[in-house]
Write a protein that binds this ligand. Structure first.
Ligand SMILES: NC(=O)c1ccc[n+]([C@@H]2O[C@H](COP(=O)([O-])OP(=O)(O)OC[C@H]3O[C@@H](n4cnc5c(N)ncnc54)[C@H](OP(=O)(O)O)[C@@H]3O)[C@@H](O)[C@H]2O)c1
Length: 266
């Protein structure tokens, strides 16, 4: 039986880092990397393939967004099943993006696309993967520190990540008796391409971003132990804790007023 790890959004940032670290420490025989950009996926694969004795890496260029993305993913799994039975050890639902700026000034299409990827696709992939999961399988859903409070200038993104966090914890409760672990990773700022995408090029780097290597290493260690909500930096833990005492409206109003996020949406 083939044993599979699936990582979405593996062409850059934290997803690529998940691929590198999991390849070095996994019982899976194959790792399947999903994202849209084939060249970037191939270069992550090449990097991993240079080391001997690691699992087989398969790149799957695919737009996972929305119901269409979920349908493509399901078809992919069904086709793989025909060429040989497999079970999924680990699903890392990492693909996602944000948009910086006031809701009124960011393109509505982009905001809806974000919901399609961050929520619909993540939910659909969990559902599609379920029949292939087994006792001791895990799901890691990448949420965000933004999940803990409504945020001005980041309204839809924070809402999508609140959804991911809520869904993941409930799924963890439902799958516990089957021996399947579900974790939500809730990082603050991490140095990836995130800001560049979210600002449409207006901010190239994530401000005060932490090293993705450390964030992913911590996540994998905690997910193995079945930690349901994973935070890393002390500052992130403090923020998540304090969010219980800050009113939702106050949090949103404060960030709207004082946390402007540059963007070049037109
Ligand atoms: N960086 C941060 O500060 C931060 C903080 C908290 C949470 N997060 C979350 O961390 C996750 C990873 O983001 P990142 O920071 O590593 O940013 P990133 O470097 O921009 O990576 C995003 C990944 O998602 C993939 N992706 C985007 N749209 C896709 C689609 N329609 N179908 C398939 N794959 C798609 C991208 O690949 P392609 O473009 O090749 O498709 C890329 O591999 C996201 O869920 C993000 O919300 C990031």
């Amino acid at each position: 039986m083939r044993k599979i790890t699936i990582i979405t959004g593996a062409s850059s940032g934290m997803g690529a880092e998940f691929a590198r670290q999991i390849a070095n420490d996994t019982e899976s025989s194959e790792i399947w990397l999903f994202a849209r950009n084939k060249e970037k996926l191939d270069s992550v694969k090449e990097e991993i393939d240079k080391k001997a004795g690691l699992p087989q890496i398969k790149c799957v260029p695919m737009n996972l967004s929305g119901k269409e993305g979920v349908a493509l993913f399901k078809t992919f799994l069904a086709t793989e099943k025909i060429s040989g039975a497999f079970e999924i050890d680990l699903l890392v639902n990492n693909a996602g993006f944000g948009t910086y700026g006031e809701f009124a000034t960011t393109p509505l299409e982009k905001e809806l696309e974000m919901i399609d990827l961050n929520c619909t696709s993540l939910t659909g992939l969990c559902g599609a993967a379920l029949p292939y999961l087994h006792k001791n399988s895990s799901i890691i859903n990448v949420a965000s520190l933004a999940a803990f409070l409504p945020l001005g200038n980041f309204a839809v993104y924070a809402a999508t990540k609140a959804y991911v966090l809520s869904f993941s914890v409930a799924l963890a409760a439902e799958l516990k008796d089957k021996g399947i672990k579900v974790s939500a990773l809730c990082p603050g700022s991490v140095s990836t391409d995130f800001a560049n995408v979210a600002s449409n090029g207006a901010r190239k780097e994530v401000l005060h971003g932490k090293d993705p290597v450390a964030v992913v290493a911590h996540c994998l260690k905690k997910a193995k132990k079945g930690k349901r909500i994973i935070l890393w930096a002390k500052k992130w833990k403090f923020t998540a804790f304090m969010s219980r005492f800050i009113g939702r409206y106050l949090g949103a109003r404060y960030t709207y007023k004082y946390n402007k996020r540059p963007s070049e949406w037109s």
